[in-house]
Write a protein that binds this ligand. Structure first.
Ligand SMILES: O=C1O[C@H](COP(=O)(O)O)[C@@H](O)[C@H](O)[C@H]1O
Length: 241
């Protein structure tokens, strides 16, 4: 269906530097074409490093940050100021340090803003519908050691959510238990999916995700493909390939 590329890097620092360069180039190119690129951010440890690197390079790049639209592939359903929130992490490591237009930052509602994760998923889906789904220039995703991506976990009923943009996730095996995730269907509508993984702890999951055979139920990251799919890995994360 799509091209899948694997890009290996000596270590996490080189990995983060290369992803940052590629993302900045991609945003600049889209803006040069007159577009207002929309990107999907992810949470997790390597994403935080990437955000910091983007913020560090921002003053030297030609990207007009006020003309970039930000979304998230998933969010933890916790209060807005919780350190568990992916949006808070992204604000502290990137968005507070570049001149974004606040109207272009689309967070999933927090648990002190709406009553349930279902309400948050519905509001987030509506916000996306208003912008037209299927528009990500790049959707960045992490992968868990269990093979989860966004907040779609192995064997979880949320994997089955069809005909939806975002879905509420309860009883997540990784805390916090309540979350909101884009569905496979929504995640696939993008120009590029970039998986970013660092460390030996991800190696088995990465190998399962990229194997010729295997099940999406066991390894949800197998289930997401963009027009272009890139796996950005350090050598430790690539060590079981
Ligand atoms: O819970 C989550 O985990 C994944 C992976 O995080 P990591 O720290 O193991 O790299 C992340 O991609 C996702 O956005 C997040 O909600």
């Amino acid at each position: 269906m799509t091209d899948v590329h694997v890009r290996r890097h000596d270590d996490a620092d080189v990995l983060v530097g290369d992803v940052a360069s590629a993302l900045l180039d991609r945003l600049e190119a889209a803006q040069a074409r007159g577009e207002v690129p929309q990107i999907g951010l992810t949470g997790g440890s390597i994403a935080e490093e990437l955000h910091r690197e983007l913020a560090r390079r921002a003053p030297d790049s030609a990207v007009d940050w006020s003309r970039v639209v930000f979304w998230w592939g998933d969010e933890r359903f916790v209060p807005a100021d919780s350190p568990d929130r992916n949006a808070r992490q992204a604000r502290e490591s990137l968005l507070d340090h570049v001149p974004v237009d606040p109207a272009n930052v689309h967070e999933v509602p927090a648990s002190d803003e709406v009553a349930t994760a279902e309400d948050a998923a519905a509001a987030y889906s509506e916000a996306m519908r208003e912008h037209g789904v299927g528009f990500f220039e790049v959707l960045m995703l992490g992968i868990g050691p269990d093979g989860h991506c966004a907040s779609l976990f192995p064997g979880h009923p949320a994997l089955e959510a069809g005909d939806a943009i975002a879905v509420a996730v309860h009883d997540s095996p990784k805390p916090p238990p309540d979350r909101v995730s884009l569905t496979f269907e929504a995640m696939e509508r993008c120009r590029a999916v970039w998986f970013i993984a660092s460390g030996e702890g991800k190696a088995e999951a990465v190998a399962r995700a990229l194997a010729d055979d295997g099940s999406v139920t066991e390894t949800p990251a197998r289930g997401v493909r963009g027009d272009e799919t890139v796996w950005w890995l350090d050598e430790a994360a690539a060590s079981a390939l």
